[in-house]
Design a protein around this ligand. Structure first.
Ligand code: MG
Length: 157
């Protein structure tokens, strides 16, 4: 087994959709980024790439590349899973923590698990999402951005 950790942050801004864990969440702000800025999936991908010894998403999907402009992070996750598979690994399980003062994310967690597991071709029981506020502390607590951590185990194919 191999272990990996990922961390990501995106700024909340007007005029963007809020997408986390592949789920569209109704909110008056969204995350700013080159892709759909799904911080949760970006943390997950970094954790998977880290566990496989494959660097990070910036190396594989650079934000200077127009092919990735506005791309769904579910598509990037699919490509990440293929890279990991080429290395001889598949996901054992993933635990993802999203840090957001608002909106309330709990109602969308089942959808995030289903979307993520669907792309990875694994059982939803292998994908765990948690959401927490930051008690109004720091940039996440002030609602300026949303961050996410992910820890994964990869198993040999
Ligand atoms: Mg990112």
């Amino acid at each position: 087994m191999r272990i990996g950790h990922g961390y990501d942050v995106h700024v909340l801004t007007e005029g963007r959709a809020l997408v986390l864990g592949g789920a569209e969440i109704p909110y008056h702000l969204g995350l700013l980024g080159h892709s759909d800025a799904d911080a949760a999936l970006h943390a997950l991908m970094d954790a998977m790439l880290g566990a496989a010894g494959l660097g990070d998403i910036g190396r594989h999907f650079p934000d200077s590349d127009d092919r990735f402009k506005g791309i769904s992070s579910l598509e990037l996750l699919h490509r990440t899973a293929l890279l990991v598979e080429e290395r001889g690994y598949r996901l054992g399980n993933a635990d993802i923590t999203i840090i957001a003062q608002a909106p309330k994310l709990a109602p969308y967690i089942p959808q995030m698990r289903e979307k993520t597991a669907g792309v990875l071709g694994c059982d939803v029981s292998k994908i765990n999402y948690k959401a927490t506020t930051e008690e109004k502390l720091g940039f996440t607590g002030a609602g300026q951005g949303i961050s996410a951590h992910a820890v994964v185990l990869l198993e040999e194919l």
